[in-house]
Design a protein around this ligand. Structure first.
Ligand SMILES: [Zn+2]
Length: 208
């Protein structure tokens, strides 16, 4: 399913042939201007799915950064150097918008015209999630030693994995209501995992 079925072919500014959709002209390999509004998944040759091939994303990202490295443009004309720098910035932004599961879920929701729930996790109105959040915060406040905090951390990591599995199913079945709910839950779980980690580091710090 592609929402960006617009014709992305464009003429190369340098040779005039069809430049294709990549950062370099498919015909002459000269760097092209950043395509505004490009699908960040397509930038890395991926379909817009939550369940992406992460190693493939990493390879495509490293490959793009290598091809756009300033060293490779040191002897090139000013215009190409500027375009390469702009493309590197755009590649970084595209990568950041799909690398982490939470960012990827939000990007997909936005692509489907849905609110990506960025406002805050305070907008959670699911009583079960709120109760769980309250209980975990209490347990974290009461956890007195590193072992207890590590145990909470393991449980939080497991909850994050389970939430991501459910997100895969929700996006794969185009159940966007469920995906939006789960994305909010993932945001809360991510935040919680971060708080647990901070407390664990603080405890380790005082013990050392
Ligand atoms: Zn060209």
């Amino acid at each position: 399913m592609t929402r960006h079925d617009v014709d992305r072919t464009r003429p190369c500014w340098s040779c005039g042939h069809d430049a294709g959709v990549g950062v370099l002209c498919a015909h002459c390999q000269i760097v092209q201007p950043v395509a505004e509004g490009a699908d960040p998944f397509a930038v890395f040759g991926l379909e817009p799915h939550f369940d992406i091939d992460t190693p493939r994303l990493e390879r495509a990202y490293v490959d793009a950064q290598r091809r756009l490295h300033p060293d490779g443009f040191a002897t090139r004309p000013e215009r190409e150097r500027r375009l390469a720098a702009a493309q590197a910035v755009a590649i970084n932004a595209a990568y950041a918008s799909i690398k982490a599961p939470l960012a990827r879920a939000r990007t997909l929701l936005r692509q489907h015209g849905r609110d990506a729930g960025e406002a805050s996790t305070e907008t959670i109105d699911d009583p079960a999630v709120l109760m769980e959040a309250m209980e975990t915060r209490e347990a974290l406040a009461e956890a007195a030693d590193a072992d207890a905090v590590a145990d909470l951390g393991r449980r939080a990591a497991e909850a994050v994995r389970a939430c991501q599995d459910r997100l895969v199913a929700a996006f794969n079945t185009d159940n966007l209501d469920a995906a939006a709910r789960l994305t909010l839950r993932l945001a809360y779980l991510d935040k919680l995992a971060h708080e647990i980690k901070r407390k664990r580091l603080a405890l380790v710090g005082t013990a050392a």
